[in-house]
Structures are given as structure tokens and as C-alpha cells.
Design a protein around this ligand. Sequence first.
Ligand SMILES: [Zn+2]
Length: 344
Amino acid sequence: MHQPRKYVMQKNYEVLLIIGYGHSGTTILDMVLGSAEGSFSCGELTYITRNQFFEEYCSCGSVIRECPFWSVVFEKWVGNDRTSTSTLTSTSTGRSAQRSSQNSAQAQPPMTLEEYRLLRDQFEGNKAFLRTVFRYLFRDDAYRRYVLATERLYDLIAEESGASVIVDSSKSASRAFLLASFCRVRVVHAIRNFRGVLNSERKDVKVDLKAGIEAASKPKKAKKVLIDWVLSNVMCSVSRIWFGGKKLHFRQWIRFPDFIRLVQPALQPGFEKGLFKAEHMVAGNAIRMKPPQKLRVGQVLGSGVHGSGAPDSRAQDSHRYPRLGKRHQLLGRIVETLLPSWNR
Ligand SMILES: [Zn+2]
């Protein structure tokens, strides 16, 4: 069994990893947690292997391949890997192309982005959860290579940002094991009540790269949302308990933001009155692209739905979850009664 402790001691940074089902406020949490002194918000780093990732937008307003932060990190990370990062290197500016050729002489990228993508598919996501836990305990060559390459990426992020806390809102429960294989990880399990999630999942979302929406999302069937929400929260609970992490309930922290200080004491009292904007955040909810946001206590930031953080009362349910019909409201209420610890 390979214990990561010796690596943990050597790193001058730790990762604050936000896991949980989507639509649970993970992007806003990433922005708030990243606003603490010495912290850096990255967004959903797991999606760096997504096709066209370098054409997507960073929260700074630049396309990722041109972002002054990520272009440096990725050039150092994948070096002269022109086959798989052609979108990154072929359109680089003269300055970065020059830097790239200087780096390629000294830096030895551990693998191409394409190889990394294959390993990522093997070890990340809900379907890979058990495999990743197993490999965390009993490493094979593929897992070791995946860990090494990921470690190098986070080392570079820490180096370029100067941060001692890297905030990653990748959401995937398996990622806690990957990151804990080379550094200290603080796990934050973001949970939102089922009706809040279902209401959000009933929305028809269209791709708009510039607005920060990278994937379309058709309204999902309630049964599918329920199964995925339960599975995701089971796996996230395993990761949270394994690594001694903490839960953050959406309806609690949106009403009482001080709950967030329980997972990040570096946030000063009264932090909720500030404005939030992550400097260089990739993937995640489109709210990252908007101008600095105020945390509207008791309201759902950026969703246009107000009052969802308030305690339940049947009279307000249709107003609170406007996309849910009577049957979905009933299903939601049953689920929330059966699973009270996930529906606070
Ligand atoms: Zn940027």
C-alpha cells in the first residue's frame, strides 16, 4: 500500500477539492473559497481534456489558449506536444511560441495530452470510482503515470499562481483519491436538496462558449436525475469520510454564508459582503464569466430564482421550483423526507 504522506509533507500547497452532484452551487463555492488569502480558483480542472478545451473561455475573458495564466501553465505542462495540443500551440503568439521552444529543451512533459486524456477516462468519473479507489491503494503503472502527470500540472499551477491553496471544483468523487496520491487534499462535499437539483436539471441549456456554457443540456428525466444524484452523493460521501472532509448544504450556506467558513477559516468574518470574481477560472457554471458578483444571501446567485434558500413551505414550492409539476414536487418531497441528511 502506497501512502502519500511523504509527498504531502513536501508540497507547499494543498488542494481544496469541491465534490458533489452538478447544480449544487459548486462554481459559486469555488469563487468564494478562492477569494481567501493565498487561494486560487481553478474551476473544473477535470475538463482540461475536453475537445476544444483551449477554445473555451477563461473567467479573465480570454480564450484559454491565450489566457496569460493558463497558456503559460499548459505550455510548461505539455511542452512541445503539437499533435494533441495543436489548438494551443499553432495559434500561439510569437512570444509564447518562443517561450515554448525554450521550454521544450529543458522541460520533459511526462506524456502527451492525448495519453493523459485516455488515462483520465480510465480513472475519473462515477464509473471509474471503484477502479480509482483500488488503484489508490494498489497502484499500477497506468495509475502511477496519471498521478505523476497530474502532480506536475498542480505543481505548475501553484508555481504560477503563488497560491498555497488551489481550489478545484471538478466535482468528481474519484478525484479526491487521485489528488491525495500526491498532495494534501481538503474535501468539500457540496450537497443540494433534490428538488433544487431537479428544478435546475429541467432547464434547457444551449451551448454558448463566450458566455461560459460549454455543454448543452436538455431537460432531464426525473428518474435519471434521481439515480445520478443518489449515486453521486453516495460516492462523494465515501470520499468525504475517507479523507475527513466536510459537507456544505446549499440551502444552509446560501442563507447563512458563515457555514462556508467552517471549510475555509481563512475567509474573514463578513466576507459575504464582498464581491466575487475568480481571476482565471476554467469550466464550470457560466457565472464565472460575469462581472464581480455579490453573494445575495437567501437567494440563488445568477439563477434568476429567488428565495430558494428559504425554509420549505408548500405554498411557496411552485414559486421556488417553477419547473417542477405536481408529480415532480411530490417525488421531490418523498425523496427529501427519506434522505434528510442530504436535504438540509
Ligand atoms: Zn485567464
